[in-house]
Design a protein around this ligand. Structure first.
Ligand code: PLP
Length: 395
């Protein structure tokens, strides 16, 4: 028998993964080129050449016993130093290795932070639409996820509701910038406003409310915009970063946490996060990948294929009559379903071999998510299907 708690998790298990499985099933029947799978955020741009070269060089150059061995649970010191220096250069910060913990991707990092901070019943606020796994991660530590309803015109935070929902039990607020599933980016003004509200509430309740900024898409931005660094705006910020999307390494499971020295109870938080890394069973982030990312701190994926896909898909969908906020980052479009129950639309799209994720997976029904990290050709070939859907549902 599985545990009661696990039964709940299984019941709520990811619709995105289910759609991905459906895609594989359909590909076997219709041929992979005839299935337009927009379901999973699995990067299709190759990792930079420097990454593969670094893997080869490290295996050739470094001592094998050292390379494959255990290290400090927070990660190799020289790797953490390289990352801290790179962040200092890029964002004008003053981090050291003692502010960095290497993690098993963003998912591992978020679990480490939440295990570190939450007592049972503590509240964690996030903004819909949000990455559905946040509910499971908060549930892992018996926290309660409190959701701010979406502003479906802009997908920017609803500040009034946010202020009202912060309580004495609020331990953390999770933001995701750039955002999955909408692709919107929070500006400096937005971060300042969030910070003001959180400062005010910390003072009112005499508590510490940590801002957890989940940033796996930080470098995937378009139209020349930059993503403000949240540590500059709010003292109690912890950043969760991942190379899954920025270096196209999702299967390698590598990322890091930034725990700035200025946060409340810094020393305890940092050392507890080190212990959490171990006792969650990660023990440490993958050793080879730590050494790889340290050698590739300045490497970047080519974002131009994503941008090309974004323009093609966004412009075509608008032309057919769909409504969508133009994304400035990540590789998702969050499109308004032409019928209120978006699951009806998702089913109709399947008839055209188009696989979409319902917005209810992100607690934002009435919308569908399209991951456009797939080939340009596939997107082009899917367009007649979208046109037919528009004719059926819009005109
Ligand atoms: N956070 C967000 C917003 C994501 O979209 C994802 C993956 O899609 C993750 C976290 C998990 O990323 P990782 O592969 O680094 O664990």
């Amino acid at each position: 028998m599985i545990s009661d708690k696990m039964k709940e998790f299984v019941k709520g298990s990811s619709a995105i993964r289910a759609m991905f499985e459906e895609g594989n099933r359909m590909a076997q029947i219709y041929g992979v080129e005839n299935v337009y799978d927009f379901s999973l955020g699995n990067p299709n741009v190759p990792a930079p050449a420097a990454v593969n070269q670094a893997i080869k060089d490290i295996v050739d150059d470094e001592d094998s016993v050292f390379l494959h061995g255990y290290m400090n649970n927070s990660g190799y010191e020289d790797v953490r130093s390289s990352i801290a220096e790179s962040l200092n250069k890029r964002f004008d910060m003053s981090f050291s290795k003692d502010n960095i913990i290497m993690t098993v991707g963003a998912a591992g990092g978020l679990n480490v932070v939440l295990k570190t901070l939450l007592n049972p019943g503590d509240e964690v606020i996030t903004f819909a639409p949000y990455f559905g796994e946040y509910r499971s991660y908060v549930g892992n530590y018996d926290g309660k996820l409190v959701v701010i309803s979406p502003d479906t015109d802009s997908f920017q935070p609803k500040f009034d509701e946010f202020e009202k929902k912060i309580s004495e039990r609020t331990r953390a607020v999770i933001i995701n910038n750039p955002n999955n599933p909408t692709g919107v980016v929070y500006s400096e003004e937005t971060l300042k406003r969030l910070s003001q509200i959180m400062e005010k509430k910390q003072n009112e309740y005499k508590t510490d409310i940590y801002l957890i900024s989940d940033e796996p898409y930080r470098e995937l931005v378009y139209d020349g915009i930059t993503v403000p660094y949240p540590v500059k705006y709010y003292r109690n910020t912890i950043v969760g970063y991942s190379y899954s999307k920025s270096l196209s390494l999702p299967g390698e499971r590598i990322g890091y946490l930034v725990i700035p020295s200025d946060i409340s109870d810094f020393e305890n938080v940092y050392s507890a996060a080190n212990v959490a890394t171990r006792i969650l069973g990660f023990v440490n982030a993958p050793s080879l990948m730590q050494r790889v990312v340290a050698r590739c701190v300045d490497a970047e994926v080519d974002t131009s294929p994503y941008n090309r896909n974004r323009e093609l898909l966004y412009n075509a969908l608008l032309e057919y009559g769909f409504e969508c906020v133009k994304p400035q980052g990540a590789f998702y479009l969050f499109v308004k379903s032409p019928v209120q129950d978006e699951k009806v639309f998702v089913e109709a799209a399947k008839k055209h071999h188009i696989l979409l994720v319902p917005g209810s997976s992100f607690e934002c029904p009435g919308f569908v998510r399209l991951a456009y990290c797939i080939s340009y050709e596939t997107i082009k070939n899917s367009l007649p299907g979208f046109k037919a859907l528009a004719e059926e549902f819009i005109k």
